[in-house]
Design a protein around this ligand. Structure first.
Ligand SMILES: O=C(O)CCC(=O)C(=O)O
Length: 321
């Protein structure tokens, strides 16, 4: 990160990095996302289902190894967790060198991928505003600004940022203001109160859209209030959303909340050592267990508990449906 990026990240809680992906990488990822789109649409309402955190109903796709659900706030959004299992075209994102330089500066390693989503947002859809203020400490924003012991090297190192969770969004195509861009209320990562403005991002004072070009990335702290402005176009918005955290924080995707992302045996076998290292021991234990028990399906299967049922009601209110 350069001096301006550091200044802006601290001030606003996010930065946009132009050309994070090369044109070749962007084209490869978009092609893979385009290829999957009809599969996701056709299968999201089909069994097998499992219930994730907040009572969210997920389709588990055994053939492609992803877990998908939909929100219907204003229009359809398809959210595909663990999309990286679906094609080796996505492998370039796992331990993407340029991305990891930013992650390394924002948070202390060793890192794990704690959530990985491919999102398709269709006409009318919004992503309700969420986060900002005194939220789950796993998402806290912290400025350190001093020498500290680096857990990766064991030596003293100056560190400015000490986030637990780093978020990255990649644009697979140009996302102009009317195509439902990611939006933020700059500075809310330092807010001491929860937002009193409800969940419609278009109605929240201070909320700004971040139009970006194909291959750009947005790095942000999950502590920042954010969402997605309405997509006004007939063309869906396609973006990839990654989350990096230390393994002990667990996943923050509702698909495997507090546990670990889902990786198939086939995907794991494709990866090199540095890529494998981005998956937590819990993920690997899970995989090992599935392999030992005859390659059974290690996708999470559980019934909603009481908390999840209450959360589901809240979520239905927010997301509709
Ligand atoms: O891009 C959007 O529509 C919202 C994304 C979001 O909320 C997230 O990545 O946490």
């Amino acid at each position: 990160m350069d001096q301006i990026e550091r200044y802006c990240f601290d001030l606003n809680g996010y930065i946009v990095v132009k050309n994070m992906l090369s044109p070749q990488e962007t084209a490869q990822l978009l092609k893979a996302a385009d290829r999957m789109e009809s599969h996701v649409k056709e299968n999201v309402d089909k069994e097998p289902f499992f219930t994730g955190e907040f009572g969210i109903r997920y389709h588990h796709d055994h053939a492609l190894g992803y877990n998908s659900y939909k929100n219907e706030a204003g229009g359809l959004q398809l959210i595909v967790d663990d999309f990286f299992n679906a094609s080796s075209d996505y492998d370039i994102l796992i331990n993407h060198a340029k991305t990891m330089q930013y992650v390394t500066e924002l948070a202390m390693g060793p890192y794990n991928i704690s959530s990985a989503e491919l999102r398709y947002r269709y006409k009318g859809n919004i992503t309700p505003s969420h986060m900002g203020g005194p939220i789950d400490p796993r998402n806290r924003y912290e400025f350190l600004g001093k020498s500290t012991l680096d857990p990766l090297t064991g030596s003293k190192k100056h560190r400015d940022f000490n986030l637990l969770t780093v978020r990255v969004i990649y644009a697979l195509h140009d996302v102009p203001m009317d195509n439902g861009p990611f939006c933020v209320v700059p500075g809310t990562h330092k807010a001491n109160f929860f937002s009193p403005y409800g969940h419609d991002p278009s109605l929240e004072p201070g909320m700004i859209g971040l139009p970006i070009s194909a291959g750009d990335a947005i790095f942000f702290t999950e502590n920042l209030r954010h969402g997605g402005l309405p997509n006004l176009l007939d063309t869906p918005r396609k973006t990839i959303h990654m989350m990096y955290s230390p393994s002990w924080t667990g996943s923050q995707s509702p698909a495997h909340w507090n546990r670990s992302v889902y990786i198939t045996e086939k995907t794991y076998a494709r990866y090199g050592a540095a890529q494998k290292a981005l998956f937590s021991q819990a993920t690997l234990d899970h995989l090992g267990h599935a392999l030992k028990s005859g390659g059974g399906d290690p996708a999470p299967q559980r019934a909603p508990n009481a908390v999840a049922r209450v959360s589901a009601r809240i979520l239905r209110k927010l997301f509709g449906g």
